[in-house]
Design a protein around this ligand. Structure first.
Ligand code: AMP
Length: 108
C-alpha cells in the first residue's frame, strides 16, 4: 500500500529503530512511546486490522514474535494490545501489535 506509513517502514522508505525482522514480520520502537518499553510488531504484508478476514494466523505469528522479544530483552511483565478501528484507538491502518511494559500513559 503506497500511502501506508508502516508499509513505508517495511520498505525502508521511512527510518525505524528495528528490534526484530524476519521474512514476514518486522518489530520496531514506537516513535511516540506510551510506556518505558513500547515496541510495535507488524506483518510485512499489508493487512488493515485484526478485524480483517483471516488475520488470526498472522496475529498468532505477531504474538509469537512479541513473546520472543520479551524473553530476549528480559521483559518479565508486559501488555500486548491490538487496537481495532478508529473507535478502538487504531490510528495506523496496518495491523500492529503493541508490546508495552512499565507504566503506560495515555492509552487510547
Ligand atoms: P495505533 O493507535 O494502535 O494505530 O498505534 C499506532 C502507533 O504507531 C502509535 O503508538 C504511534 O506512536 C506509532 N507510530 C506512528 N508513526 C510511527 C513511525 N513512523 N515510527 C514508529 N512508530 C510510529
Amino acid at each position: 500500500m503506497e500511502e501506508c506509513i508502516f508499509c513505508k517502514i517495511v520498505n525502508n522508505e521511512i527510518p525505524s529503530e528495528k528490534v526484530f525482522e524476519s521474512d514476514s514480520v518486522l518489530a520496531f520502537q514506537d516513535i511516540n512511546p506510551k510506556a518505558p518499553v513500547h515496541i510495535l510488531i507488524i506483518p510485512k504484508k499489508h493487512i488493515k486490522s485484526i478485524a480483517s478476514e483471516s488475520s488470526e494466523e498472522v496475529a498468532k505469528e505477531l504474538i509469537t514474535v512479541a513473546k520472543q522479544i520479551a524473553m530476549d530483552k528480559g521483559i518479565v511483565g508486559y501488555k500486548l494490545l491490538f487496537n481495532v478501528g478508529k473507535e478502538g484507538g487504531q490510528m495506523v491502518d496496518h495491523l500492529h501489535l503493541h508490546l508495552l511494559s512499565g507504566k503506560v500513559v495515555e492509552l487510547l
